[in-house]
Design a protein around this ligand. Structure first.
Ligand SMILES: Nc1ncnc2c1ncn2[C@@H]1O[C@H](COP(=O)(O)OP(=O)(O)OP(=O)(O)O)[C@@H](O)[C@H]1O
Ligand code: SF4
Ligand SMILES: [Mg+2]
Length: 397
């Protein structure tokens, strides 16, 4: 593969203003995409995964400037699209196409297949110098329909006459019609039957080879992107947590979130059956509105808590000035001595000790006070965690 980036996303941010009321004291911004950077090389498929609401679609939509970026650069083939004015965006709109998740909503119900596919061709004046543009466009539409496995006769029909899989084929034909360089596939197979999913993926792969296309392939679970992606980025609450080649991410994931995502994928291969325990994610997903300066994964990470045991020596010193990870209840008096995430003062520490607690989980301070940056831990393998080395070496558990 040619290792030249076609797309360089640099410190991209997209915030949505959620402030309610004219006289609101504090502005509320939803940080849908919060300072992410990654490259997509020419001819590769870059998979973007993460749970619902983590900002995958917003990333895709901001790259094509369906949303105006809040900050950052979107360097496409050497040009920063973030600073290209709207009226000069048309040529780039041709080069970057999108395929959407919902093949029902993304096709205009009142347009025929011909009109749907022709729209981009006409907008970008692709056959304007042709002797007979109308015929050239119709021929091109027939050719496209055939290449996505549909028939000439389908050209005059309306979207409701097709199945989900067929509609997604129409969406693909529409994207291909304008000879793009990059296609952003936003969960293109999630809404399809499992039997159809493989067909659509295979078709996308064939087109990639044939036309030298580059893909940003968005999905919410890792099993879907594994086979199609060369490299994968894992998102969590607007941030990129890990970026690595597909094989590396599956074989040696580094980030605790990626490990949790992978552990929930059933492994059909018996060789891998005992590879690891299933990690069940606990804890709340924090709000993406005005997020705090800390690791976004801290409230759910297994490594962001420290077990402190009372062995009679410095138990008190170890817990004073820290935040409790769990609530300690005085069952006799029916009240909490310390609540989850509460600061442990000397007085509270004394109460915990008097109460006879012999061990307590506290928050690991750095996870809750500093945001880890996405850094290259091994060659071409990036992760955003303060404690990658310690976790890998097994010195923290
Ligand atoms: N147009 C919008 N206006 C306001 N908030 C938005 C808008 N679009 C998305 N959001 C918010 O931004 C966050 C990221 O949403 P996004 O749709 O990008 O997530 P996603 O990862 O694509 O999720 P899914 O897997 O459900 O498609 C969510 O909290 C969402 O509510
Ligand atoms: S920085 Fe802390 S909370 Fe975040 S992933 Fe690493 S160990 Fe977990
Ligand atoms: Mg989405």
């Amino acid at each position: 593969m040619d290792k030249k980036p076609l797309l360089e996303v640099r410190n991209l941010k997209k915030y949505f203003d959620k402030t309610r009321g004219l006289f609101a004291k504090e502005k509320k911004f939803l940080h849908a995409v919060d300072d992410i950077s990654f490259d997509i090389y020419k001819g590769e498929t870059f998979g973007l995964v993460g749970e619902s609401g983590c900002g995958k679609s917003t990333t895709g939509r901001t790259i094509v400037k369906l949303y105006e970026p809040t900050d950052g650069q979107i360097i496409f083939d050497g040009v920063d699209l973030a600073s290209v004015p709207e009226k000069e965006m048309l040529p780039y709109r041709r080069k970057i196409q999108m395929i959407f998740q919902d093949p029902y909503a993304s096709l205009n119900a009142r347009m025929t297949v011909t009109d749907i596919i022709a729209e981009g061709i006409v907008t970008h004046k692709l056959y304007k110098d042709h002797d007979n543009p109308e015929k050239a466009i119709q021929d091109r539409i027939y050719e496209l329909l055939e290449s996505v496995g549909l028939k000439k006769e389908h050209a005059s029909r309306y979207p409701h006459e097709f199945s989900g899989g067929q509609r997604q084929r129409i969406g693909i034909a529409r994207a291909l019609a304008v000879n793009p360089d990059l296609i952003i596939c936003d969960e293109p197979i999630s809404a399809l039957d499992v039997s159809i999913q493989a067909q659509v993926v295979n078709m996308l792969e064939d087109f990639q080879k044939e036309f030298g296309l580059t893909y940003l392939f968005i999905a919410h679970d890792l099993s879907m992107v594994k086979y199609i992606s060369d490299r994968i980025g894992v998102m969590y609450l607007g941030k990129l947590m890990e970026v690595a080649t597909s094989d590396e991410l599956y074989e040696t994931p580094l980030h605790p979130y990626t490990k949790a995502l992978l552990s929930s994928i059933p492994l059909p291969d018996p060789e891998h059956e005992d590879k690891g325990k299933r990690i069940v994610l606990q804890g709340d997903v924090p709000s993406p509105i005005n997020p705090k300066d800390r690791c976004r994964f801290a409230t759910r990470c297994n490594y962001s808590k420290i077990l402190v045991e009372n062995d009679g020596s410095d138990f008190k010193q170890q817990i004073v000035g820290k935040y409790a990870r769990e609530t300690v209840i005085d069952h006799e008096r029916h009240h909490a001595i310390v609540e989850e995430n509460q600061y442990i003062t000397e007085e509270i520490a004394d109460m915990i000790i008097d109460f006879g607690v012999d061990k307590i989980y506290i928050n690991r301070s750095k996870c809750f006070s500093e945001e880890p940056k996405l850094e290259e831990y091994k060659k071409d393998h990036f992760t955003a965690c303060h404690f990658t080395k310690e976790i890998e070496e097994g010195t923290i558990k």
